[in-house]
Design a protein around this ligand. Structure first.
Ligand code: ADP
Ligand code: ASP
Ligand code: MG
Length: 409
């Protein structure tokens, strides 16, 4: 007897036909005595459509984050009800539960919530009654029982967190690709599928834009020591296991993959005093609004006048809110101007192997130079190197770097 958590993403439940197929597959693979918890996303592009709907009311709907959460949580509620009905139609016992009903407690940071605790008593009760429990991903509730969503792609995190809290035997993430690849297979035709990847490397890939897993879900997997099996909804072949360490693959590689992120924007605050406390002033104001800042460069504009420029990137979704915050600080600091650039994207290489391989950065920059792609900002972490490039040149950049490290035979 095993307790299994299976998460199905939006494209896997995009139509009622697909929902029926998911239910049929799960029932056909169920072993006697298995207890099954399903975590599902909203159907297809529902979340995007709901966001569009809000834009019909206000051009900046994210200023009303609580109402956005009230709206967005409806998407997952539709799919859990339909999937539970699909199981019942096929003769199985099933029940749908919203995130809060499943015990997902979050902080109150609407639209970017974090799970603070999980009390899945109701899930356990329903499993004990023989039900397949269908839980809405991407959502929880705060202390006031207000709905809170977990950021885009948050159903991955709901699934892994629930698997951890229930001490599940396995956690499977079913999606529209059959595993984790060395780059987004939509962009790089020859990307290679991995059998395994460590939490550490997957977290870095995800953080740097590999949207196949929400970064927080990988952290949850590591925290709970749960191996995560990422696999296809549409085939039965094995996918990729995200786990602590490699068990079978050759560790002799320099990088594991190329990640990209085109949902970024660059903000430049020009002509601010080059004195202690200025960086703190700008970035603490952004942090107070829960806006993450990524690549940061401070450069000298004029040594004689002791003024400097501060350039950094934020997620495109945060741009309008970040601009408001930065405009406020910039006028206080008498900055010359605040410039915004939206046609930017980040391309990164990731891999623990680069630690022992000097020259990896030079190879990446060489590949970009050969492809004629200019680098705007560079940043590094222990196991990654990222370059900010023009958004329109992103595909070329990703393919050039991939070809350098994973040449076609
Ligand atoms: P779901 O709706 O199932 O949550 P997502 O669209 O969030 O699916 O994630 C799956 C997508 O992630 C794939 O279609 C693929 O284009 C993208 N992706 C980005 N980077 C990678 C990668 N390195 N390996 C596999 N898929 C990737
Ligand atoms: N429906 C949400 C989104 O589109 C959550 C998810 O799919 O994981 O981001
Ligand atoms: Mg997803």
């Amino acid at each position: 007897m095993a307790l299994i958590v299976k998460k199905f993403g939006g494209s896997s439940v995009a139509t009622t036909e697909k929902i029926m197929n998911v239910a049929k597959r799960v029932l056909s693979e169920r072993q006697p005595g298995d207890q099954i918890v399903m975590v599902v996303s909203a159907m297809g592009d529902t979340t995007d459509d709901l966001i569009q709907l809000a834009h019909g009311i206000n051009k900046d709907p994210y200023q009303y984050t609580r109402e956005m959460d009230m709206l967005l949580t409806t998407g997952e509620q539709v799919s859990i009800a339909l999937l539970a009905m699909a199981f019942k139609t096929l003769g199985a016992k099933a029940i749908s539960l919203t995130g809060p009903m499943a015990g997902m407690q979050t902080n109150s940071v609407h639209t970017k919530g974090r799970i603070v605790d999980i009390e899945p008593e109701r899930v356990k009760e329903e499993l004990d009654k023989g039900n397949i429990v269908v839980v809405a991903g991407f959502q929880g509730a705060d202390e006031k029982m207000d709905p809170v969503t977990l950021g885009r792609g948050g159903s991955d995190t709901s699934a892994v967190a629930l698997a951890g809290a229930l001490k599940a035997d396995s956690c499977e993430i079913f999606t529209d690709v059959d595993g984790i690849y060395s780059a987004d297979p939509r962009i790089v035709k020859d990307a290679r599928k991995m059998k395994e990847i460590t939490y550490h490397e997957m977290l870095e890939m995800a953080r740097l834009g590999a949207g196949v897993m929400q970064p927080r879900s990988v952290e949850m997997g590591e925290y709970f020591h749960i191996p995560i099996h990422v696999r296809s909804t549409f085939t039965t072949k094995p996918g990729t296991i995200i786990r602590e360490d490699y068990t079978m693959e050759d560790k002799d590689f320099v990088i594991r993959g190329v990640a990209h992120d085109n949902k970024v924007a660059k903000i430049a605050v020009l002509g601010i005093p080059n004195t202690p406390g200025i960086a703190h002033e700008i970035f603490s104001a952004l942090a107070a609004e829960s806006i993450d800042v990524d690549m940061i460069v401070q450069s000298i504009r004029n040594i004689e006048k002791n003024v400097t420029d501060m350039v950094f990137t934020v997620a495109a979704d945060d741009l309008s809110q970040a601009k408001k915050v930065v405009d406020g600080v910039a006028s206080k600091l008498n900055a010359i101007a605040v410039l915004i650039e939206e046609d930017v994207a980040k391309v990164s290489i990731v891999g623990a192997g680069m630690l022992g391989n000097p020259g990896t950065a030079a190879r990446m920059f060489g590949a970009l130079s050969k492809a004629g792609v200019n680098i705007d900002i560079i940043s590094t972490s222990e196991i990654s190197i990222s370059c900010l490039v023009k958004g329109s040149e992103l595909d070329k950049a990703v393919n050039a770097i991939h070809e350098e490290f994973f040449p076609k035979n």
